[in-house]
Design a protein around this ligand. Structure first.
Ligand code: UDP
Ligand code: MG
Length: 317
């Protein structure tokens, strides 16, 4: 399944490549004849949905979900997986721009046949990414590791899930799911396949800085309470510093020296004010997430679903 947001530039050629791979897998009977390619249109403003509808007239391999608006890639992935779950033995997720090597898919299917429930696609060469993307990704994986969150470095959302791994994944009812953090938590037998990340086929990255930041924050705050601990340690360190400064001031007084200090008062005032705001906002981040989770709002809204219709039509006598 393929999340798509304003992907009109790449969709026709991606669809063609994916269809050729699926057809070959069907011919070799590695997958069942009713297997589908499911495009999830994440509220695109361009011709993405029209193209998906058009593709459906050319082959019954193509199906689609259309969101009522843009909900984000993770929501699109969850929607696709949730919709596919009742009908599929295994699911593969891949980006629409085919930066992740689709020719690894037959190998993934083979690994599943060999008994692996989760097959991770892992980039061992990101030279096609920009310096900014590479460096921020590297720092992010480093930070998550420090926070004690188990992520597969350089694995994004190109992965295969068996039916039981998918069922386990759907038990996670998180409002802002961070799949690359959740999937390694599932357990089951897993393996990795490595590939060189290619440049985008066409179009621009759909990840604005704001979306990248949201994903990173979802990863950090959904998986770790280490930031709250960090606040505790920072508070303790500031207290130790304050005690040391108090001892120094008293000793200065005892020696008859006058401690002057508009600058030091102002500096510590602003510094401590800043520390307190940071601490409150870190705690607020967790409180806010609890607040949104308790409202149990839908993670996405599906406007059109031709995938389920295709299966319903096939089973109707
Ligand atoms: N995507 C999405 N919703 C969004 C942003 C992105 O469904 O709000 C899809 C996008 O169409 C693509 C995948 O997520 O299939 C990865 O996006 P992109 O290739 O732009 O990310 P990058 O490779 O630059 O990290
Ligand atoms: Mg991409």
């Amino acid at each position: 399944m393929v999340p798509c947001f304003n992907e009109e530039a790449v969709l026709p050629s991606s669809a063609q490549t994916l269809d050729a791979i699926l057809t070959q897998l069907m011919t070799e009977q590695q997958v069942t004849a009713d297997s589908k390619i499911l495009f999830v249109d994440d509220g695109s403003h361009d011709k993405t949905w029209d193209l998906i509808r058009q593709l459906q007239t050319t082959s019954d391999h193509f199906t689609g979900l259309q969101f009522s608006r843009n909900f984000g890639q993770e929501a699109a992935l969850m929607a696709g997986l949730q919709t596919a779950a009742p009908y599929s033995d295994l699911t593969i997720t891949i980006d629409a721009d085919l930066q992740d090597n689709p020719f690894l898919i037959p190998n993934m299917v083979q690994q599943a046949a060999d008994g692996f429930d989760v097959v991770y696609g892992v980039r061992n060469d990101r030279s096609s990414d920009t310096w900014f993307k590479r460096t921020t990704a590297e720092r992010f994986y480093w930070l998550m590791n420090k926070l004690g969150v188990h992520l597969i470095p350089n694995h994004a959302d190109f992965r295969l899930l068996s039916h039981r791994a998918l069922s386990a994944l759907l038990e996670y009812h998180e409002n802002d799911p961070f799949l690359r953090g959740i999937v390694p938590q599932l357990g089951f037998a897993s393996t990795k396949l490595y590939y060189k990340r290619r440049p985008r086929l066409a179009g621009q990255s759909k990840y604005s800085l704001k979306k990248m930041l949201k994903l990173a924050l979802d990863g950090i705050f959904s998986f770790s309470i280490a930031p709250i601990r960090a606040v505790l340690w920072a508070g303790a360190a500031i207290c130790v510093g304050a005690i040391a400064m108090f001892i120094w001031i008293v000793s200065q007084h005892l020696r008859g020296a006058v401690v002057t200090g508009w600058s030091s008062i102002m500096t510590s005032l602003w510094f401590l004010g800043g520390c307190q705001l940071i601490a409150i906002s870190i705690i607020g981040e967790y409180v806010g997430r609890t607040f949104t989770q308790t409202k149990r709002r839908p993670r996405f809204i599906i406007q059109t679903d031709t995938y389920s219709h295709a299966f319903a039509a096939a089973t109707t006598p």
